[in-house]
Design a protein around this ligand. Structure first.
Ligand SMILES: [Zn+2]
Ligand SMILES: [Zn+2]
Length: 190
C-alpha cells in the first residue's frame, strides 16, 4: 500500500536551535521522488530532488526557508510522452508549537491548538514531509506539457505531431485557406 511522503531525512530534531530564539541550522537532503496516487513518494526509480533549507527558531515555533530544486518524472498531458519536469520552488513556511504559553490576567496558560492550515512541531521534532509534499503538488499545473508549444497527437491517426506532420493533415484544409489557395491558383493561370 502506497503511503504519502514519509522520509526519515525530513524528520529533524530541533531541540538544539529551540533552546534560544533565532538560532539556525541547515538541512540539505536529496530524495528520489516521483508522483504517486496519494502525493509525492520516495521511489528508487524517481528523479533527484534537492532540499536546501534553513531552520530558524522563534519563540513560538520554527521558520523554514530555502529551496526545493530538481526534476520529477512526468507525462505530457498533450502528447503522452514521458519527460522530466523541472522543479524550482522557494520555501518560506512556519511550524508552530502545538501549544503556546499565553499570558492572561489569571497567569500563564496553554493556548488553543492553532488552526488546521498551519504546520505543527511535534515536540522537539520538525516533520517536513507534509510541507514538501504540499509545496511540490501545489506547484504542478493541471496540464503538464513537455514543452510550451507541444503539438500533441493527431486525433485521427494518433501520430506524434512533434515528430512531424502526419498524412491526415494535408486533406483537412482550413476553409479560409482553401479560398486563398483557389485565388492563388487563378493568379498563377494568368
Ligand atoms: Zn508533449
Ligand atoms: Zn494523423
Amino acid at each position: 500500500m502506497e503511503r504519502g511522503l514519509d522520509s526519515s531525512q525530513l524528520r529533524v530534531n530541533v531541540s538544539g536551535i529551540m533552546r534560544r530564539p533565532f538560532a539556525r541550522s541547515r538541512l540539505r537532503a536529496g530524495l528520489l521522488l516521483c508522483r504517486g496516487e496519494r502525493g509525492m513518494v520516495e521511489d528508487a526509480a524517481g528523479s533527484p530532488v534537492l532540499l536546501d533549507l534553513e531552520l530558524e527558531s522563534a519563540p513560538d515555533g520554527v521558520r523554514v526557508r530555502g529551496s526545493i530544486t530538481g526534476l520529477l518524472p512526468a507525462t505530457c498531458t498533450r502528447c503522452a510522452a514521458p519527460f522530466q519536469w523541472r522543479l524550482e520552488l522557494d520555501v518560506d513556511e512556519f511550524f508552530c508549537r502545538s501549544t503556546l504559553p499565553l499570558l492572561t490576567p489569571q497567569g500563564p496558560r496553554e493556548s488553543e491548538i492553532p488552526a488546521e492550515d498551519v504546520y505543527l512541531l511535534d515536540g522537539d521534532t520538525i516533520d517536513l514531509n507534509d510541507m514538501v509534499n504540499d509545496l511540490i503538488l501545489l506547484s504542478l499545473p493541471i496540464r503538464m506539457l513537455c514543452r510550451k508549444d507541444c503539438r500533441g497527437i493527431c486525433p485521427r491517426c494518433g501520430a506524434d505531431l512533434n515528430q512531424g506532420d502526419c498524412d491526415c493533415r494535408s486533406d483537412e484544409v482550413d476553409p479560409r485557406l482553401e479560398v486563398l489557395r483557389r485565388w492563388l491558383d487563378r493568379e498563377g493561370e494568368q
